[in-house]
Design a protein around this ligand. Structure first.
Ligand SMILES: NC(=O)c1ccc[n+]([C@@H]2O[C@H](COP(=O)([O-])OP(=O)(O)OC[C@H]3O[C@@H](n4cnc5c(N)ncnc54)[C@H](OP(=O)(O)O)[C@@H]3O)[C@@H](O)[C@H]2O)c1
Length: 316
């Protein structure tokens, strides 16, 4: 990434081969995940240091070599990671504490596709708000990467889902993930329909990472004492809020996946949970597009066009 701006800031260039330092592994990347946060970094969210830099934080691959002091990973091991800046690449060095082993039952493509969005979704439905049987959840961008996995995890915990998507073309995808109802809306006008679907009661939890246009509608669909899980700084926030203007007794929080995997032990446990769900057929990971690494700019443009569903992957 050469500078802040549009997808044209991404260029495929040769860089020196990375060398594993103390506590690190050198990994040959088979798939790198594209996340909406990468778009945010490209647009200037200063999360990952000065330009030029290598974008991307997620991927899967095979360990080629390890640095001094490493005894928890060996060359040849298939591994995945959720947060290692510099993942849009053929090779990367990653602290081994940030790696999780991929079980034989899960392929690299699926592992790379589930790490960020799956850990985020499992945080939202099991940790930030523990979905209980009978709960009704409202899921924004329900055909997106987080949305599809979140819908499935809410359902496997016994909840039901009202999803929102921006176009009719995404309805079938959201439904296939288990959404009980899907509202089509791109203008923040979904609340009336959601309230109708709940007989006027509202929902127990709303998951909203869709920017300022949805914030007030999301408040409107909450039942009394409901929970608002806000998670989307890239698409923008609601600005300052007068707390006395909020519906009484609602709980609002900014959920971040990193709280879910704040230690290497939790990272491995939560990832193993996702791999187990995939293995026993309870979680399906939809890959909506694969792009050669050199076409990362096209992947970004597609994601920003609001036309994609599921996970986008780069193939080095
Ligand atoms: N807090 C965390 O820890 C965390 C972790 C991962 C992701 N996130 C956030 O979760 C959201 C989803 O991320 P993702 O990687 O899974 O992406 P994604 O859902 O695959 O794609 C983003 C979705 O946002 C919706 N959207 C709404 N307004 C949009 C706009 N102006 N431009 C483009 N898309 C728009 C689109 O769905 P519709 O067109 O159907 O509305 C689109 O499918 C992002 O806001 C991301 O920053 C947060």
């Amino acid at each position: 990434m050469n500078g802040t701006g549009g997808p044209e800031m991404l260029e495929c260039v040769e860089r020196p081969e990375p060398v594993a330092g103390r506590g690190e592994a050198l990994v040959e990347i088979s798939y790198a995940g594209v996340n909406f946060m990468d778009v945010g970094v490209r647009q200037g969210m200063a999360w990952h240091g000065p330009n030029p830099k290598i974008l991307g934080v997620e991927g899967a691959g095979r360990v080629l070599a390890v640095g001094p002091g490493v005894d928890d990973v060996t060359p040849g091991r298939r591994v995945a990671w959720v947060y290692a800046p510099g993942s849009y690449a053929e090779r990367i060095t990653v602290p081994t504490t940030s790696l999780v082993p991929i079980p034989d039952t899960v392929d690299d493509r699926t592992a790379a596709a589930v790490m960020m969005q799956g850990l985020t979704a499992s945080h939202f439905a099991t940790d930030f708000y523990r979905v209980q049987p009978g709960d009704v959840a409202f899921v924004h961008a329900a055909a997106g990467g987080v949305g599809l996995l979140l819908t499935q995890i809410v359902k496997l915990r016994g909840g039901s889902v009202i999803g929102r998507v921006s176009s009719q073309a995404k309805v079938a995808v959201a439904r296939a993930a288990g959404a009980d109802h899907v509202v089509v809306d791109a203008d923040g006008l979904f609340a009336e329909e959601a309230l109708r679907l709940t007989g006027g009661d509202g929902v127990d939890v709303v998951y909203d990472g869709s920017g300022p246009t949805t914030f007030h509608g999301s408040l409107d669909v909450l039942r009394r004492s409901g929970t608002f899980c806000w998670y989307g700084p890239v698409l923008g926030g609601p600005g300052s809020i007068d707390i006395t203007s909020l519906p009484k007794s609602v709980k609002i929080g900014y959920a971040v996946f990193s709280d879910h995997v704040r230690t290497p032990e939790l990272l491995r446990a939560r990832s193993t949970q996702l791999f187990d769900w995939i293995d026993d057929g309870r979680l399906t990971v939809r890959v909506g597009g694969e792009y050669p690494l050199a076409d990362a700019a096209r992947a970004h443009a597609d994601m920003e066009s609001r036309s994609t569903t599921g996970k986008l992957l780069l193939v080095p």
